[in-house]
Design a binder for this molecule. Structure first.
Ligand code: ZN
Length: 247
């Protein structure tokens, strides 16, 4: 099965449109979405529309921003700027958008035997998986061979092989990685709409579970357009500023 893997779009329609324009859907069977369709950005309904009208089936899990925007959870854990943005998002979402984010399921979700998706970590959908210590908890919580996760907005790859943990953040311009059958993986494709690894380019991956090959992409998009929409909507300035820096 061939998948395109997206995470943390955060209402950034400019970034998501650019990603979809570059994906050859003839070479994709399914789209995997790791959560946080909305929050921070100015185009929540447009992002939902794009995710709902794909030429291939979408399998997705919910993120913490989706839960709050969908009314499933309170916003008490959000910092000031995230809070302002999520309140704006909740009121801006139309009925279709609100239903979409509310109906995203809790991860982890097995998309095929041995391949799992989640938002934060396999052991807790809201936990952050940044480093090897976090990865150890993640590997302990699942028997899956390949887990895709999001939430940190940092492209990462951790491996577990013969009781050895390795890996961490991915750096660079993208590329091809060949996975091994007898190893286990925790993989973060990075964020489409709000990268936080000091690289403002949208980040996503393609995975072929038959050949076990993984391709990581970094893609420049019209950041100024996304920023302008955020400012015009009256959303926090920080949500616009950070897009240019990738933080
Ligand atoms: Zn997020």
């Amino acid at each position: 099965m061939r998948y395109v893997i997206l995470s943390d779009v955060h209402s950034n329609g400019d970034a998501l449109r650019t990603v979809f324009d570059s994906v050859d859907f003839e070479e994709v069977d399914k789209v995997l979405f790791l959560g946080d369709a909305v929050g921070y950005g100015a185009e929540p309904n447009e992002v939902v529309r794009l995710l709902r009208t794909l030429p291939r089936p979408l399998l997705g899990v919910r993120g913490n921003h989706d839960k709050v925007a969908g009314g499933l959870e309170s916003d008490e854990d959000f910092n000031d700027d995230a809070l302002l943005a999520i309140r704006w998002t909740s009121s801006a979402l139309d009925a279709v958008g609100a239903t979409f984010v509310r109906e995203l399921v809790r991860g982890p979700l097995e998309v095929e035997t041995g391949v799992v998706i989640c938002h934060g970590s396999p052991h807790d959908e809201d936990d952050y998986l940044f480093d090897q210590e976090d990865a150890l908890l993640g590997f302990a919580a699942t028997g899956a061979s390949v887990v895709f996760f999001g939430h940190t907005h940092v492209p990462s790859l951790f491996t577990w092989y013969r009781r050895n943990l390795d890996g961490g953040r991915l750096r660079g311009d993208g590329g091809v990685l060949q996975l091994h059958r007898n190893r286990r993986y925790l993989i973060n494709p990075g964020s489409v709409g709000q990268p936080r690894d000091s690289d403002p380019r949208a980040s996503y991956m393609l995975f072929d579970s038959d050949s076990n090959s993984l391709r990581w992409f970094r893609l420049g998009y019209d950041v100024a357009s996304a920023q302008q929409k955020i400012r015009r909507a009256g959303l926090p300035r920080s949500a616009a500023d950070r897009l240019a820096m990738g933080v």
